[in-house]
Write a protein that binds this ligand. Structure first.
Ligand SMILES: Nc1ncnc2c1ncn2[C@@H]1O[C@H](COP(=O)(O)OP(=O)(O)OP(=O)(O)O)[C@@H](O)[C@H]1O
Length: 510
């Protein structure tokens, strides 16, 4: 039996992609005058040029709006590095489609995997929509009260909805007919598309396509005519997968791919296995990566020394477990002694507290934010100087997205990964397979390098142990109290079903 060689099927639309530079600098950015945008849109002060992905995508999408093709516009897939400005690629076309005198119909639905991104994208719409805000943009996510959202949708139908898939489906199925009319949708946009998971079609895409109408595969002339109403799909990600079956899930109509070429600084060899739409995973060229290898018991001290030595103004530290975040926060607070503020952000933070935490990080210098991977994708924080992988990322895509929280919009960024001899081996192998290892610097930190801070570090660990043991005692105490209460409750007569308060009828004979 001859073992069959795995076939690499590459769709023709992937092969004939429109490419642009992944590097953002004065030579690859274009002046704003090169693209005519509708005059009712206000250009934010921070925007002075078009980034490569915007200069490549915007003219095509504006053309589909100004001169709609006879059938329906081709769907679009956008693969560009983190921080390269993909959000604007759909914000402007959506606002242009809504127009300066918007009707009451829903023009666009934008779906993102996490609620922090929902708020961030609504903010981006507001930045371009101007203070008067011609288009009505609403957010639907776990950050808001569901009933309040329902009332708002019925009272004042929006032109644009930015939502998490779960919350959108909740609104679409909570009442019949749903308060959201998808039948006249012009855009169906999915940001961080490859994060939506393989079950997305069962979970929400089938329902949304059914309510949009016209998404069936063409089987007859009637389908072709019905398809004219279907919304144009735009899927985006920094790590858009090239897997044919994954792309097939999106049921894209004659898709056009806009894809970044290899970054200038990291010339990636073609031997890299093609598991990614632009043929490879890549970090923005403005990011440098350093791997610190030391005994794991010194990792918190190594992190502290890196922040102190490099004088990072804002540092994001990714951990894999919630428990590590508050322990690491305590040790860093003890070590820093006020040199920098330390907070931690995990998925357990709800509603407004999330945004207050991010706002505090964005607005103040000398901050360290310890977080879980809920912030790894898409989150656009203000000038993060350094991303630290305190726990190494589980896979290469997560490494790219975590690293992409720094080095955004062409700014310089540093990524520091912390490992020990064992974890380092697997991590280096993972990065070398997809050539993300690039020009990473490896630094062995031996025990003698920690001596100068060892005393303070030991004190910090001791105080952490005291806190942990106190918490454990309190937990046990309350558990004991609960079990004591439980025991008392069980001992009460009525817990045994007896009713001593009902006087027994004594007969006179007794
Ligand atoms: N033309 C531009 N000029 C200046 N800054 C820009 C421009 N376009 C985008 N930016 C800024 O660059 C940052 C990154 O933009 P954006 O969040 O759209 O990147 P992204 O590609 O979506 O990143 P990710 O893949 O992490 O989601 C934002 O702060 C945005 O304001």
């Amino acid at each position: 039996m001859k073992n069959l060689e795995a076939l690499k099927v590459t769709s023709s639309w992937v092969q004939h992609a429109t490419t642009f530079s992944a590097t953002i600098d004065s030579s690859t950015s274009q002046s704003l005058s090169k693209i005519d945008i509708p005059d009712f849109l206000t250009v934010p002060d921070t925007i002075s040029t078009w980034f490569p992905v915007q200069y490549s995508v915007l003219p095509a999408l504006f053309k589909d709006i100004q001169a709609p093709p006879p059938l329906r516009p081709r769907d679009v897939a956008i693969a560009a590095p983190t921080g390269s400005g993909k959000t604007i690629c759909y914000v402007l076309p959506v606002l242009a489609a809504v127009g300066s005198r918007p009707s009451n119909s829903l023009h666009a639905v934008i779906l993102v995997p996490v609620q922090t991104l929902v708020t961030q994208i609504v903010e981006e719409f507001r930045r371009w929509n101007g203070p008067e805000g011609t288009a009505k943009v609403v957010s639907l996510s776990g950050a808001n009260d569901f009933d309040k959202e329902q009332r708002q949708l019925s009272a004042d139908p929006p032109n644009v909805i930015v939502a998490t898939p779960a919350r959108l489906v909740q609104h679409l199925t909570a009442q019949i007919p749903p308060p959201i009319d998808l039948s006249k949708l012009r855009f169906l946009i999915v940001d961080e598309a490859d994060r939506m998971g393989k079950l997305m079609r069962e979970e929400w895409l089938d329902l949304v396509e059914f309510l949009c109408g016209g998404m069936e595969r063409v089987a007859c002339l009637n389908d072709v005519i019905r398809q004219r109403r279907a919304p144009q799909k735009i899927v985006l990600s920094a790590t858009l997968s090239k897997d044919v079956e994954e792309l097939h899930l999106w049921n894209l109509f004659k898709p056009k791919l806009f894809s970044a070429t290899a970054t200038k600084a990291k010339d990636i060899t073609s031997t890299v296995p093609m598991d990614h739409i632009s043929g490879r995973l890549a970090l923005p060229s403005s990011i440098s990566h350093r791997l610190i290898v030391s005994d794991s018991k010194f990792h918190p001290l190594a992190v502290y020394q890196q922040i102190q030595r490099n004088k990072f103004n804002r540092t994001l530290i990714f951990v894999n477990e919630v428990s590590s975040s508050n322990r690491l926060a305590h040790v860093l607070k003890e070590l820093s002694q006020g040199e920098f503020e330390v907070d931690y952000f995990t998925a357990q933070l709800f509603g407004k507290r999330r945004y207050k935490m991010l706002e505090k990080f964005n607005k103040n210098p000398n901050r360290v934010l310890i977080c879980s991977d809920v912030l790894a994708r898409g989150t656009d924080l203000n000038r993060v100087d350094c991303v630290i992988n305190y726990n190494l990322p589980a896979d290469d895509k997560l490494f790219v997205h975590r690293a992409g929280r720094t080095g955004r919009a062409g700014q310089e960024g540093y990524v520091i990964s912390v490992g020990d001899k064992e974890t380092k081996r697997l991590f280096v192998k993972m990065l070398k397979v997809t050539n993300l290892w690039g020009d990473t610097v490896e630094e062995q930190m031996e025990e003698y390098l920690f001596e100068k801070d060892l005393e303070r570090y030991t004190k910090a660990i001791e105080s952490l142990k005291t806190i942990v043991s106190t918490n454990t005692k309190t937990k046990n105490g309350s558990a004991a109290k609960r079990s004591g209460f439980e025991a008392k409750r069980k001992s009460r007569p009525n817990a045994r079903g007896e009713k001593p308060w009902l006087k027994k009828k004594t007969t006179t004979t007794e």
